[in-house]
Design a protein around this ligand. Sequence first.
Ligand code: CA
Length: 359
Amino acid sequence: MDRRSLIKNAGIAGVLAAGIAPAVHAQATIRWRLASSFPKPLDTIYGGAEVFAKKVSEMTGGKFQISVHAAGELMPAFGVVDGVGQGSVEMCHTVPYYYFGKNEAFAIGAAIPFGMNSRQMSAWMYEGNGRKLMNEFYAKYNLVSFPGGNTGTQMGGWFRKEIKTVADLKGLKFRIGGFAGKVVERLGVVPQNLPGGEIYQALEKGTLDAAEWVGPYDDQKLGFNKVAPFYYYPGWWEGGPEVDFFINNKALEALPAEYRAIVESAASHAHIDMQAKYDARNPTALKQLVGAKTKILPFPKPVLDASFKAAMDLYGELAEKNPDWKKIYSDYRAFQKDQILWFRFAESRFDTYMQGVTL
Ligand code: CA
């Protein structure tokens, strides 16, 4: 009896009982390229794409291979979304807020000032309307997104001088990522956009007064504490920034259904993995930074209050001129409101108590 008639006569149960694997992995090897927006030394965030690609390969028995390319290798760091939309590469790993210049609604898919934290963002994406609304929007750019990591709440960055009042922000040359610049410029800050590799020198020379990057684990590697000793918290513009995998919609559709499911599962795995790595590694780096005489300070409440007001004013203006923003933001904000209500009772109370006891 040949293999085909064996399957026909015995059915799948019989085939499995006979020890013959069904032909689900028979297709030819698929090869994709993934362009990352991150450099290799940022192992936690760049590594998210490698975690994803490895999982996809393992789940397909090596039949679906995705090569990961660091920023600049195939295209510039911030060119990756255009590269995927145009189909030059099948997918990328990036932070949606980098593209707020195309449309401010991109920022909502990553982080907006005074937005949701990492847990709340995942809840909106997976269980709320987040993925549905964002993917409806991304479809205009031929993109399908999958959550692909989160850093958790970031630090507020490194300052050469203390920030005591709102007035201290006036004229401050601050390297701050993406969309947040739209808010801080309303407080007199002069936002600067500088790649990671150039920040140290600019702080040292004084062409920058302050710079934010990520958090202790990533910041420590760049040595900012030697040139800007005041390390502020929290990074209120990045309460829970999401990193995404963007896939060209036609490339995704062309995959066999089982591979599409594998892509989704591997992305979810990478999503959790990145947050776990940041949470596990930040405390050691924080302790070492404190040991190296870093002064860790909270932003004064009036600074937070003024920034909050500036953010809300901006969002109100955007809702009037950008229908995509209005639609997505209203759902996001309503969801966040409920999340804060819930987190206030259990999580926040528990965390606050535990931070006050000696373990
Ligand atoms: Ca940042």
